[in-house]
Ligand binder design. Structure first.
Ligand SMILES: Cc1cc2nc3c(=O)[nH]c(=O)nc-3n(C[C@H](O)[C@H](O)[C@H](O)COP(=O)(O)OP(=O)(O)OC[C@H]3O[C@@H](n4cnc5c(N)ncnc54)[C@H](O)[C@@H]3O)c2cc1C
Length: 497
């Protein structure tokens, strides 16, 4: 890994921007060709070997994204017109995949109906298989020799709330869902996790660290890209800022993997976006693509707080989630600890059951507030603007409260004043941090930003490979799909070298 500061030979065949979940996979795969020089640029700190990782990045039992975290970008957001807050995105080698909850569940078959024809479930299944080593299942749906270890927690390691929740969900008639990574999965069952022996194994540890010795792979950490440079519509390089100042990297091929907030931010700063919006801020337009930053989606989550009726204990490094209940458009999450314990410093002390809308209709928008790269963009979620979203969440919250008041759950927990008014929902509303679709893949340049080979429309030499290109948010957490997309993109990108 290169130290921060100016570099004598700042050029490469391909520059990958952002060593997060997708960037780690892509740089790992692209550098398998010894004739291709790959430069991976990451804003956050880098680590060479797993033992250099600080303990909180390794421990799968915590999400180190609280207000004092050194490993995140905090973005101010508006969840609704009345609710503001902030969201965290990973800013470290491994990105959000190095700080996340370790839930590693595939999208469902019908999620791919919203994707271009060349990204059907049958097309992507080989990539889902090749990213994983599933310790519990093999056969046609599963991989057994990929870089990411996947397992489900056995019952004898379940937290009391996991056991009680699974029991009442089954008693209420929900089917048992033994394998959430099989097509058609629904019901209550164990969550596939990319965790081994309590250690989070994200894309950086699986794809990048083992390959840092390759002479054709350079990782430049502590370097923030501020602009993509163009000659006309052809990419010529990047501006970066490090501790030692501003530098330019020359490159004819750039892949943005900066994540679903930073990628549209960077595009707009570079003149790629809605022309009227950019001109209003004095930015010269390179390509008029109104879909940059528009109509993104995420999973709104309402949390139902409760008190334990008796003391319960959680073993160290226990994952945040061991089972979920998935119905058509809802996921229920019996967290194994309060957010105060899961996210050190967050101060949110009560244990809770999460009720999450997995197929939301409401769409959000990311826009620049200024042309200064140091100003975070505005992120408006517009959650619950759709009446359908409010209705589905309301009835799911009612069902979740009923589950908490029956059988083993009522013996264990005392729900705290659950109600389904708009005010109560809004007060208990949060987000799953699954932001997707802010630079969607498609063929129409009015509604999409990249084609089905991840090329940015209207410019040459620029690609995007991260969750911003998802045409719609999957009805499961996005991490497994992000890794799959990067794995598949590494074979699809038509690079100049
Ligand atoms: C706290 C948290 C918990 C989550 N839990 C789960 C979960 O359990 N399961 C699940 O399925 N999903 C989860 N997610 C979502 C999932 O982790 C992300 O969707 C996924 O990791 C995104 O991958 P990405 O490659 O698109 O972006 P990221 O992994 O965020 O990577 C982007 C990288 O680009 C870098 N970068 C950004 N801007 C620049 C710049 N200008 N210059 C240089 N580098 C830059 C960032 O520092 C970062 O390293 C969680 C997310 C968070 C934040």
């Amino acid at each position: 890994m290169e130290p921060d500061g100016p570099h004598s030979d700042e050029s490469a065949d391909v520059v990958v921007v952002g060593a997060g979940s997708c960037g780690s996979v892509l740089a790992g795969r692209l550098s398998e060709d010894p004739n291709r020089r790959v430069l991976l640029v990451e804003s956050g700190p880098g680590h060479r070997i797993p033992s250099e990782y600080p303990p909180e990045l390794v421990d799968a039992g915590v999400l180190p994204v609280g207000p004092d975290s050194r490993w995140v970008w905090p973005y101010p957001v508006n969840l609704t017109s009345e609710r503001s807050g902030w969201i965290a995105r990973g800013r470290v080698l491994g990105g959000s995949g190095a700080v996340n909850g370790g839930y590693f569940v595939r999208a469902q078959v019908d999620d791919f109906e919203h994707w271009p024809a060349s990204w059907s479930f049958d097309d992507v299944l080989p990539s889902y298989r090749s990213i994983e080593s599933d310790a519990d299942f093999s056969g046609p749906w599963h991989g057994t020799d990929g870089p990411i270890p996947v397992h489900r927690e056995p019952r004898d390691r379940w937290h009391p709330v996991t056991t009680a929740f699974a029991e009442v969900a089954l008693a209420a008639g929900h089917p048992e869902d033994r394998d959430k990574n099989a097509p058609g999965s629904h019901g209550v069952g164990p969550v596939p996790l990319n965790i081994r022996n309590g250690v989070r194994v994200g894309p950086a540890s699986a794809y990048l660290l083992p390959n840092l010795g390759r002479p054709n792979l350079t990782v430049r950490s502590g370097a923030t890209v501020t602009r993509v440079l163009f000659d006309g519509t052809r990419v010529t390089g990047l501006d970066i800022v490090t501790d030692s100042g501003r530098h330019t990297i020359r490159a004819s091929t750039v892949v943005l993997t900066a994540g679903a907030v930073a990628t549209p931010h960077l595009l707009m700063l570079s003149g790629v976006g809605d022309a009227r919006h950019l001109r209003g801020l004095g930015i010269e337009v390179v390509a008029d693509l109104p879909a940059v930053g528009s109509d993104f989606s995420d999973h709104p989550e309402v949390v139902l707080p409760y008190r334990y009726r008796r003391p319960v204990s959680r073993t160290s490094r226990m994952p945040a989630l061991q089972v979920t209940l998935n119905t058509d458009d809802i996921e229920m999450r019996p967290y194994t600890a309060s957010f105060g314990d899961l996210v050190p410093g967050s101060g949110i002390g009560r244990p809770c059951l999460g009720v999450v809308l997995m197929k939301p209709h409401s769409r959000g928008e990311i826009r620049l507030v200024s042309a200064d790269p140091g100003d975070p963009p505005s992120v408006s979620y517009r959650y619950l603007e759709s009446a359908d979203d409010r209705d589905v969440l309301r009835s799911a919250v009612t069902h979740a409260a009923d589950l908490m008041r029956t059988g083993a759950m009522s013996d264990l927990v005392d729900p705290d004043g659950v109600d389904t008014s708009d005010e109560w929902l809004s007060e208990h509303l949060g987000t799953s941090l699954h932001l997707s679709g802010s630079c969607r893949m498609g063929s129409d340049t009015a509604t999409s930003v990249v084609d089905d080979r991840c090329r940015v429309h209207g410019v040459d030499g620029l690609f995007i490979v991260d969750t911003s290109i998802f045409p719609a948010i999957p009805s499961r957490g996005p991490h497994a799909t992000a890794v799959m997309v990067a794995e598949r993109a590494s074979t699809l990108l038509q690079l100049s070298s």
